[in-house]
Design a protein around this ligand. Sequence first.
Ligand code: ATP
Length: 615
Amino acid sequence: MSQRGFRGNRYLTEEEKAAKPKVTKELLFRIAGYLKPYAKQMILVLLLIAFSSMLSLYPSIITGRIIDEGLIKQDMGMLIKLILLSLFVTIGAQLINVLQSYLNSWIAQHITFDMRNQMFKHLQSMSHRFFTTNNQGDIITRMTSDISGVQSIMTNTLVSILSNSITLVTALAAMFQKNALLAVIGIIIVPLFTLPTKAVGKTRWEITNEAQQCHDEINGILNETLSVSGQLLVKLFNKEEREYHRYESINRKMVQLNIKESMAGRWFRLVLSTFATIGPMLIYLVGGILMMKYDSSLTVGDITVLVALLGKMYQPVNSLLNFSVDWIRSMSLFQRIFDYFDMEVEIKNCDHPVILDDVQGSIEFKDVCFHYNPDRQILKNINFTLSPGKSIAIVGPSGSGKSTIINLIPRIYDVISGEVLFDGVDVRKLDLSFLRDQIGLVSQETYLFNGTIKENLLYANEKATDDMIIEACKKANIHDFISKQPEGYNTMVGNRGLKLSGGEKQRLSIARVLLKDPTILIFDEATSSLDSISEDLIQSAIDPLISSKTSIIIAHRLSTVLAADEILVLKEGQIVERGQHQQLVELNGTYTELYETQFKRALEKIEMKSEETMI
Ligand code: ATP
């Protein structure tokens, strides 16, 4: 639910009605848990609200004395005294209001601060599966709008319920104390007053709903067309005009809806003010008859006070009538947030996680089976051992499960059966941070933050010195490129690194992993075709790494395959062949097929290039 929806609308949507949360004792206690640290401040706010609500009625009550004792009796001293009293009380009530608002928003901000931090921490601990399954927009909505909605409940809903109830009770008591009959007559009109509120409110809600859909559509268009890749698509297909018209027409609809909404508000106010005048008229009429014919003790001042108090009752009544809508919305907002908090953290430390003192860096897969969904097995009985200092290349057709294998090592996912061992210990028994510290993964999708090259490199090791950075970049063959940039290592990489080419990004991410200096290097070679120069630069960065570090490489290039100590050939989730290049070629199986289609072509390209160089 958006904050916009929360603030404005007086009716629940069908969706909201269907998802009405069950308000249980547990839910209320859980909410109270967030308020508890601020209990003292909350009590103070409640007292301040009660005090200022009562004080704000005082000027209306005093009006009667101003008229009777000041104006009618023509007592100037009393008149000035009462006016000053009324003024001071009003100023006092306003000052208390300021203090109350400050305290109130302080509490609301602190509660949402706690919730946001808790949510961020929780989301960070969620597994990769959570992020691949859930809509990114939904996740962001929980963090932003939903929690802002909670803030709005604290600052607006609770305060309004409390202050309106106190105002209403005090006004009622004061009216009855003045004259019970007139009080009853005045109040008769109150239910009538709610009718137009409901009718006009409904129309308004429908318009707002439509406007909300328009708003979402506009956001969708903006997201699609003003994002980096969207904008590129628009340009390449020459769709600027089409996109402009699409935007213009929805924007126009929005304008019409906004005008309609404000006019519905205008009629609403007109009907309201008409009804609002009927109550006072009745009091004047009946009060006048009483005063003139039956009850000489009733004064002009009394009638004025009754009218003034009645005027103060309309808004609180209206607000309180809508209390149930606000209540349901508040509860479902909390429920939505709690639903996220209750999602189990899939990949976490076991009860007594192990940290190894003497790290060798061996990996063993023992009968590993894995699936993302039970109806489709992805890995079947995978067995292999990677000894310290050695390297393994995994090759296989697209979709055969290569990336899935490497994801099981740093526990991006956990095995379904079998074991992945690091130095002989099941990775699920190792401390998660310790395990991930040992592993450096360069994936195909190189992710860079929008910052400078240096900032991106320091992400791997905050303590790295400039010399260490330069050394890593030299090894990754990216130092020369960086040095040629006007800003050098302080060059901005752009949104997700989009100012850099695919090859540059990959070399930068190799340098980043080198700075991390992991025990085991996992490298997922990019399948995207890079030009031969970029390829060479990457290759000459990787080859020495493969021979110097314990590594697993998902290989797409022959030289990588040749540099590895063992090659695993994967097909449909199974290791179908294993060995060294020459042995595998002689088998004339899956590897030979891959060699003929993929690697040989790359080899021919390299040979052609070296011939060109010789010429
Ligand atoms: P490529 O060489 O194209 O990168 P790959 O051999 O690395 O392929 P994987 O990425 O391991 O293959 O995927 C193996 C299978 O698992 C694929 O069929 C893919 O559709 C499926 N798969 C991958 N990730 C997920 C996921 N998060 N949820 C469900 N299925 C997935």
